[in-house]
Structures are given as C-alpha cells and as structure tokens.
Design a protein around this ligand. Structure first.
Ligand SMILES: *Cc1c(COP(=O)(O)O)cnc(C)c1O
Length: 238
C-alpha cells in the first residue's frame, strides 16, 4: 500500500488530468467527479480517500466492502461498481449509498424489496454493455429502454443515470466509441421518457480523458490513485 503523501500527490496529478481533459473539450472540470476505487486495497485506502475530502469510494464486491466499512468513520459513502448477484442484493442495499451495476429486472426486484424493508430509496445506475464486449456485464443498448421502464415503476429505486466499462483490451478508440454510445443512449432515454438521467459513470485510470471528452459525470479511478492491484486478488473481483 502506498503512503498517504504519495496518495495526495496522485490526487493532485489526477485532478490535473481531469482539468486538462475538461479544458480540451470545453467542459467545466467541476462537473466531473472522481470516485476512488479501493477494491483489493486495505481499508486504509478508503481512509486516505476520506482524509483527502472524497465523499465516497467504489468497491466491486459486497463482502469485501462490508469488511472494510467498520474501519471507517461512518461518514464515508460506498458505491458498488462490480457485478451484484441477486442473493447479495439485500446486503448491498443495506450497505451502499448507490449501486452502479444494475443490469436485470430480477436484480431490480430484489433491490426494490430490500429497500422497501429498510424504508430507503436505493439510488442506482443502470450498467450498460455499451461496447458490446461479450466478456462484460451490463445490459445491451437495445434492451436498456425496457429495463429503465421497469425500474421507473419501482417505488424504492431511483435511477440516476447510466454506467459502463469500456471493452477490455479494445484500445482507446474503442473506449471512446463505447462512451459515446452510452451518452447517446442517455440522451435518447431522457428524450423518450421525459426525465433527467444526469449521471454518466464512465472512464477509469487509463481511459478517463476519453470518458471526459464524451461527457462523463463521474470517473472511477483505482490504479492511478492507489497503485497496481495484486493480480490474483483482482482476478477474483472480476
Ligand atoms: C477496478 C474498476 C475500476 C478502476 O479501474 P482502474 O483501472 O484501477 O482505475 C473502475 N470501474 C470498475 C467497474 C472497476 O471494476
């Protein structure tokens, strides 16, 4: 695990990357938020993020996050960005402030009923496989409108936008196409359903400039902030 000083320096470099990417496409960097991704790193990583003023961190696995949460202040929010099995939906609803990886009706139903039991409205993003990568989770673009329609009928779920992960090994141009697909889908859904879906969660350490250029509102960054993950642990988390 890196030192706190190193983490702070990485934060500064990251903010510089975001500012410069935003400037290049005429966006205000303040419209892009950073979600530090702490998966596979010790709870200390989340503590660092909190000390640096981040309100939330991202985790891939429910169990891993649950183990770290008691070691944090309680003010830090946690967002689930990894695939969620419906048998873990209840635990996820109780622990996370937002679930970014919603991609099926079955999962939505589980989330909705767990949220009702907890008298909570669960904030979610719909994960879209916008790069049509067979190895990726997420609903395909064509099926997204139906899933959104389904989600909108649920009382204890609030859809704030869309999330995607660019195709693995597809290169930066494939990432750009994937991000543009997500933005176009969002624009179409907003028009067709007459609602606002402000959140576009896209972009990671290596492709965040492309995501900013295509309209990302939140980027999810692990490696650039915390260093390389342990490979074996990371394989498990995907
Ligand atoms: C791990 C992960 C990230 C962060 O990736 P880095 O390349 O380490 O920045 C972002 N989003 C998801 C869904 C992830 O699983």
């Amino acid at each position: 695990m890196i030192s706190f000083e190193k983490f702070c320096a990485n934060c500064e470099l990251l903010r510089e990357r975001v500012r410069s990417a935003a400037e290049k496409c005429g966006r205000n960097y303040k419209d892009i938020s950073i979600l530090p991704v702490t998966k596979t790193h010790p709870a200390e990583a989340a503590q660092f993020a909190e000390r640096c003023g981040f309100k939330a961190v991202g985790e891939n696995r429910v169990q891993e996050a649950l183990e770290k949460m008691p070691l944090l202040s309680g003010n830090l929010e946690w967002e689930l960005i990894g695939h969620l099995q419906s048998n873990k939906a209840k635990a996820a609803v109780g622990a996370f402030s937002r679930i970014q990886s919603v991609d099926s009706e079955k999962l939505l139903l589980k989330i909705d009923s767990a949220a009702r039991e907890l008298s909570k409205k669960m904030r979610v993003l719909i994960e879209v496989n916008a790069g049509a990568d067979p190895a990726k989770f997420g609903i395909d673009i064509e099926s997204a409108p139906r899933l959104l329609e389904f989600a909108l009928r649920l009382e204890n779920v609030s859809v704030e936008g869309l999330m995607t992960v660019a195709p693995l090994g597809g290169g930066l141009d494939a990432a750009s196409r994937c991000f543009a697909n997500l933005r176009n889908l969002r624009d179409k859904l907003e028009a067709d359903f007459s609602l606002r879906l402000p959140e576009l969660s896209m972009g990671m350490s290596h492709d965040l400039e492309r995501a900013v250029a295509e309209g990302a509102s939140v980027i999810r960054v692990g490696t650039f902030l915390f260093g390389e993950r342990d490979y074996a642990a990371d394989k498990q988390s995907i």
